[in-house]
Design a protein around this ligand. Structure first.
Ligand SMILES: *Cc1c(COP(=O)(O)O)cnc(C)c1O
Length: 393
């Protein structure tokens, strides 16, 4: 690996493994000072030497070296062309959806993140775009709902919160046959476990707030694109909406990326233990975890991902049990969000999936006895003991 002397010549470190790429980033260290921790360029604007002579930077809304290092590192990890770091996952999705024109149709996963559902129906619906939500586990549902107006297919896999898995390669092939753009929300698995662009998707979007950050201390969004056309689209949005991620938050994500692999491996092994324990519990009815060998799409998961992640959801026997668990958890916290070091328990009905209609929630299984768990990095026995005392104590 060479030491770079400017901000332009970075390398994609093709010869390195994922872990090493995540740690060494695009430039890796500061090209000017050699600082091993990439500096936080906390500046709004940049001085020019003379007319027509620039360092490549002008104004931080457009570009900032710290944000750029994060964007390039994400593009390397997702194996895409360019990355964009934005102020939230929602900001990232808003910028992506402005790619639609009036009259366009979008096909989305049915139990999609509530905020994505809101962007579709409540915002772009106003501009004449239409949205269909289908269970993408069955490829026939995708085929049957594609129209000549379908301009985007938006896949979340595994889904939030029902943990259904969709076949990215098969859906991409179908979507491309009608000329639709394929977007995958890769928040739950991260590029460490799943690389949608290598399976045929055109765009990957993340809530960087979750596993990429990993410490429950930043709100961020990330987009990685494969084509120059989408890169130009995203660059214009970022410049116009002014929703680029701040330098300090970009640095926190770069720091988070350095431990992504060990965190994901531990989230995965902890979740497997907790999921297996939940299954033995008399008050627990159904446990949804993509790592179960009897999960309906287990074979597909083994084919398109290299791990299962740390997200579990489950139904309990009664609403009283839900109330008791949420009141009595001690180390585990009753809070929205996921993907951090702390184990969080969520009540999707009134938290993450409040935007959905009651009818949709019932259809999906997001009932008043349904809970979601983001398994953190504490000792798995402590997580289990806390759930046990909260549920059965
Ligand atoms: C949290 C989340 C989002 C939204 O991201 P924010 O960073 O909260 O704006 C989108 N998709 C998924 C799957 C999420 O979990």
């Amino acid at each position: 690996m060479k030491n770079f002397e400017n901000f332009t010549d970075y390398d994609r470190k093709e010869n390195l493994h994922f872990e090493s790429k995540a740690i060494h980033g695009a430039l890796g260290n500061d090209p000017i000072t050699g600082a091993v921790s990439f500096p936080i360029y906390q500046t709004g604007t940049f001085r020019h030497k003379e007319l027509y002579k620039t360092t490549g930077y002008a104004y931080s809304r457009l570009q900032n070296p710290t944000r750029e290092e994060l964007e390039r590192t994400m593009a390397i990890l997702e194996e895409g062309l360019e990355g964009f770091a934005m102020s939230s996952g929602q900001a990232a999705n808003m910028s992506l959806f402005t790619w639609l024109n009036p009259g366009d149709h979008v096909l989305l996963t049915d139990d999609i993140y509530g905020g994505t559902y809101r962007i579709g129906n409540d915002i772009f619906g106003k501009y004449g775009c239409t949205f269909s939500y289908v269970d993408m586990c069955d490829i026939e549902n995708v085929r049957a709902n594609l129209t000549e107006h379908t301009r985007m297919v938006f896949i979340e896999t595994p889904t939030n919160p029902m943990m259904k898995v969709a076949d990215i390669a098969a859906i991409a092939e179908l979507a491309h046959s009608v000329g639709a753009l394929v977007v995958v929300d890769n928040t739950f698995l991260t590029p460490y476990f799943q690389k949608p662009l290598t399976l045929g998707a055109d765009v990957v979007v993340h809530s960087g707030t979750k596993y990429i950050c990993g410490h429950n201390d930043v709100i961020a969004g990330l987009v990685v694109v494969k084509s120059q056309e989408m890169a130009d689209h995203m660059r214009l949005q970022l410049k116009s909406h002014g929703n680029g991620l701040a330098p300090f938050d970009s640095w926190l994500l770069l720091r988070g990326l350095k431990t992504l692999q060990i965190r994901m491996d531990r989230h995965n092994s902890n979740a497997m233990k907790v999921a297996n324990w939940l299954r033995t519990q008399p008050k627990v009815q159904d446990v949804y975890y993509v790592g179960f060998e009897d999960h309906p799409q287990y074979e597909l998961t083994r084919r398109q991902t290299t791990g299962f992640g740390g997200m579990i959801s489950f139904h309990v026997d009664s609403f009283e049990t839900v109330q008791k668990i949420l009141r009595d958890v001690d180390m585990i916290m009753f809070a929205e969000s996921l993907g951090g070091t702390e184990t969080l328990i969520t009540y999707p009905r009134t938290q993450t999936h409040e935007s959905l209609t009651e009818e949709t929630r019932q259809k999906l299984g997001i009932t008043d006895t349904f809970l979601r768990l983001s398994v953190g990095l504490e000792h798995p026995d402590d997580i289990i003991a806390d759930l046990d005392q909260a549920m059965n104590g």
